[in-house]
Design a binder for this molecule. Structure first.
Ligand code: ADP
Ligand code: ZN
Length: 432
């Protein structure tokens, strides 16, 4: 049932005591870095400041800007010769940031990914095809070493070349795939173009999807299209990469691995903890990292803690799927809008395909939203009256959700630009 029963089933007092001990160790490591050394001295913080996990609130936050302004070595706690690998974030929101690991850190990370995969149902009998960028992006090597640690047969397929991906799946009877959710739709189209049906012509049984925001509706579509269960994987380079929070087979939120990440959810403006169960910004403190520990790192990702215990028996708290990032949000006519609010509505329409683009433009000094929506091939017919009616329905439902009236353009399947990596959902063409 569990990869690491001792940790996964630990009761809460045991888990909190372990966290407090590891938090002290983390502070001791962190103060050896130039950045935290100076910061802790300024704030009068030492390991003595920490008696319990609640004392985390005495510590200052760390931001992406801090990482950037102390690039590249300002957070390093060990001699450079003792580090063995570095990774960078994808740079979705600006300059990349760099994270260094020593041997211990990589070992701990591989265990976390193995634990995560096991928790979603991957086993050593699986053939695990890892379809994502290898290199600086953490999804490649992160899942590679984690799935190897688990004992699966790993195909380091990397990203792109969809025909070859399908061939690999057939040649080696791939059973589990990790990739970004938007790619699975492209993969499905390729299967159809090759006259293949994944349910009939492959051994696929499980997907691990993550690295980009997606709605529950999008996940269900993936599961229906392939007849394969899809599990949500959350992580970020600053917290190693994958293996921070993962869905178990109950698919009712993501367990955060609390032995390795002290997790808080705070109000993005006041930085005070939100009321339990409310949405706020995720903040993590690493609890098992030596070369580059991070204290109260503000992820900008928005979610909430889910109440109750999980039937799987793991006591590590669950978070809801990420509803957006604070820097994803755009403001139109005074309304704060997240792309996932729009995706959620679009995916309710069976006629709608899987790709869409939200265009923000200024016309006559007024901000406007245009949503270009790819249709399902079967519905993209010459029946203009039906298309217009559908567009009107979508406008209506989106307006109810975001409180701004968009323009909806229904476009041909496959006509929107596809990005190589994470899907780009918003194009902001407004004049500053
Ligand atoms: P970048 O910030 O440049 O995209 P990363 O490659 O480290 O850098 O990506 C981490 C980010 O990807 C997270 O902070 C989060 O916004 C997003 N992300 C990762 N996994 C998920 C997921 N399962 N659901 C939604 N968003 C995710
Ligand atoms: Zn569970």
């Amino acid at each position: 049932m569990y990869w690491n029963p001792h940790i996964e089933q630990a009761d809460l007092p045991t888990l909190r005591a372990l966290q407090a001990q590891r938090l002290r160790d983390t502070i001791a490591h962190a103060e050896r870095s130039p950045f935290y050394g100076a910061l802790f001295a300024k704030c009068g913080i030492s390991t003595d400041s920490i008696r319990s996990v609640e004392d985390i609130r005495r510590l200052p936050f760390t931001t992406k800007e801090d990482l950037r302004s102390h690039f590249p070595y300002g957070f390093l706690t060990v001699d450079k010769k003792d580090t063995v690998r570095l990774h960078c974030s994808s740079g979705t929101t600006g300059n990349p940031t760099v994270i260094f690991h020593n041997r211990h850190d990589l070992d701990s990370w591989s265990n976390l990914v193995a634990r995560s995969l096991y928790c979603a149902g991957v086993r050593d009998t699986d053939v695990f095809q890892n379809i994502c960028g290898y290199g600086l992006f953490t999804g490649g090597l992160g899942f590679q070493y984690g799935a190897e640690r688990l004992g699966a047969l790993v195909i380091p397929a990397a990203a792109g070349n969809t025909t070859r991906q399908i061939r690999l799946m057939q040649d080696f009877a791939t059973t589990a795939v990790h990739t970004i959710p938007s790619y699975l739709f492209r993969l499905h189209t390729a299967f159809a173009e090759m006259g293949l049906d994944p349910a009939r012509d492959t051994a696929l049984r499980l997907f691990v999807i993550g690295a980009e925001p997606h709605t529950e509706e999008q996940r269900r579509r993936i599961e229906d299209l392939f007849g394969v269960k899809a599990f949500n994987s959350y992580g970020l380079s600053e917290m190693n990469g994958p293996g921070v929070a993962f869905e178990c087979t109950c698919q009712n939120g993501l367990h955060v691995w609390e032995d390795c990440f002290l997790t808080e959810i705070v109000h993005p403006q006041t930085l005070e903890p939100v009321v339990e169960g409310e949405v706020g910004e995720l903040v993590f403190t690493t609890l098992d990292r030596q070369a580059m520990p991070l204290v109260r790192y503000r992820t900008r990702d928005l979610t909430r803690f889910l109440p109750g215990t999980c039937p799987c028996g793991r006591n590590h708290r669950r978070i809801d799927r990420i509803s957006g990032r604070t820097d994803d949000m755009f403001i139109v006519k005074g309304c704060n809008i997240f792309p996932m609010q729009i995706e959620k509505i679009l995916m309710r329409f069976a006629q709608v395909g899987t790709d869409y683009l939200i265009l923000l433009q200024t016309r006559n000094g007024v901000d406007e939203i245009t949503i270009q929506v790819e249709m399902q091939a079967a519905w993209f017919t010459g029946d203009l009256a039906a298309l217009e009616k559908l567009a009107r329905q979508i406008v209506h439902e989106v307006r109810d959700e975001i409180l701004v009236t968009p323009t909806v353009q229904l476009v041909e399947p496959g006509s929107l630009p596809k990005s190589e990596g994470k899907a780009v959902r918003v194009r902001d063409e407004r004049q500053a």
